[in-house]
Design a protein around this ligand. Structure first.
Ligand SMILES: *Cc1c(COP(=O)(O)O)cnc(C)c1O
Length: 464
């Protein structure tokens, strides 16, 4: 194509100013953010024009831009109604916090606090000292500390224990797991400078396998909880107590990454399998354990390390500890969550309440929602389902649950699900056999009215 033809195409490009004017007010975004997207779009059209591609009509460009701006606006952090039946949905922010815990965060956020001030001496105090103390009491540990997340906790424990010249950690092959989101135990170990000494076969490992692997380079024995999958059949491995005895006999620390870290007996809350607790693993002889704050613990994102005081003190001296520490808002949320567990009564945490909600309560809510939708052109019914813990925890446990099942008319289930996700508030459900299912175990009762309105809006696209 010759220069003049390109020139013709370039002349047909709309001006950035006109497009900003045409799209302004379409969505609630700062003008600067709108302008940037518009400039990017015009630059792309210019590039295409230089390649001989004719730009679309102005209105077409403006409409496409409005859609992109709306998508950008929707990507802003906002509350979502979780009707997926997955309690700890990593994409939806894992554990929700209670209003009381959120109040503690608010107080820490809006006022100054004694974060690092000793109120008695007026001197600098220890950040997080109270929550560390409370966590040690809760888990029966000598000492405890907190980091950004459980991945950080694992890195810190590995770094500290392999810093004394010995670099090897012994771990069973069947525990070299991938958690999700690119978190693989072997890679984390290597990143923290630890040499992996794998023992056993995928499905079986014996105490003798561990013992044979112990040598002058051994720094520790690591046990990792297979949080998100299970093995059955011809499987066996030594338990914490057996490994602890072996470790002790060789003056080695035994470290256990529990991942989910329930501190109450999960089987007492709901028909679930038993999730290992830090209390029982420490009592069985583990020297250090770590677990997540926002999985079955039901708190904010954090990594909790509990165990021997001298080891915890060493971890806190690692320069990396400073880089991986929690901020005051997380410490406030974590402290309020731990205090809830220590209150002596059933913890009033959303996760525990969702787990313990009786089926009859869900049924009554489903009936009321279905009733409230009876005038719509939409087949709605209450259904039976199974909810899951999710977040890479308890893969074998499913909780009986109740759904509102919807078959919209005049639109596909996929389209309907998208409209619900794009609504206000957005709703996330799941599709089975062309039917959209909204699981009520993960929907708070206070959200039922908003859920009903969201369904109404999504079911009648033309009525807007
Ligand atoms: C989830 C999990 C982690 C990572 O926890 P984060 O808090 O998400 O960093 C580490 N180890 C195990 C065994 C887990 O299940």
């Amino acid at each position: 194509m010759d220069g003049s033809a390109e020139h013709q195409l370039l002349r047909r490009l709309p001006s950035v100013e006109k497009l900003i004017h045409a799209t302004a007010g379409a969505v609630d975004l700062p003008r600067e953010m709108t302008a940037r997207l518009v400039r990017e779009e015009v630059a792309a059209l210019r590039e295409a024009a230089l390649g001989g591609v004719s730009p679309p009509e102005f209105e077409q460009i403006a409409t496409a831009l409005r859609d992109r701006l709306a998508a950008l606006a929707r990507s802003r952090q906002q509350p979502v109604i979780n009707a997926t039946g997955v309690l700890l949905h990593t994409n939806l922010g894992r554990a929700p916090l209670s209003a009381a815990v959120a109040d503690a965060v608010r107080a820490a956020a809006c006022d100054y606090s004694n974060l690092e001030l000793d109120m008695d001496s007026g001197e600098r105090g220890r950040r997080g000292a109270f929550v560390e103390n409370a966590l040690a009491v809760l888990t029966g540990a000598e000492s405890a500390t907190v980091t950004n997340n459980c991945a950080a906790a694992l890195v810190l424990m590995l770094r500290h224990l392999t810093s004394g010249g010995k670099a090897e950690a012994i771990i069973a092959r069947g525990q070299l797991i991938e958690i999700g989101g690119g978190f693989r135990i072997p890679e984390i170990m290597e990143t923290s400078g630890t040499r992996l000494r794998e023992v056993g076969a995928t499905n079986r490992v014996t105490l003798a396998d561990y013992e044979k692997a112990i040598g002058p380079e051994t720094a520790m024995i690591l046990r990792v909880h297979r949080s998100n999958f299970s093995m059955e059949g011809f499987v066996s491995e030594p338990d914490t107590a057996e490994l602890a005895m072996l470790a002790r006999a060789h003056w080695l620390p035994l470290v256990e990454d529990l991942g989910s870290g329930a501190v109450v007996a999960t089987e007492s809350l709901a028909p679930l399998e038993h999730e290992p607790t830090p209390q029982e693993r420490l009592a069985a002889g583990a020297d250090l354990v770590c677990f997540s704050g926002d999985k079955l613990f039901g708190g904010p994102q954090a990594g909790i390390i509990c165990g021997r005081a001298e080891l915890i003190a060493g971890i806190k001296r690692d320069p990396l500890f400073r880089a991986l520490r929690c901020d005051k808002l997380i410490l406030a949320a974590l402290e309020a969550t731990v205090m809830e567990y220590l209150s002596g009564s059933t913890p009033a945490l959303p996760l525990c309440e969702m787990l313990a909600t009786p089926l009859a309560a869900l049924e009554a809510r489903a009936r009321a929602i279905v009733q409230a939708l009876s005038d719509l052109r939409l087949a709605a019914a209450a259904g039976q389902s199974t909810a899951r813990c999710g977040g890479g925890t308890m893969p074998r446990s499913s909780l009986p649950s109740i759904t509102v099942d919807l078959r919209p008319s005049g639109q596909t289930a996929d389209g309907f699900a998208r409209r619900l996700r794009q609504g206000s508030p957005p709703v996330a459900g799941y599709i089975v056999d062309g039917m959209l299912r909204l699981d009520l175990r993960t929907v708070f009762p206070r959200q039922d009215d908003a859920l009903t309105s969201a369904i109404r809006a999504a079911a009648s696209p033309l009525a807007e």
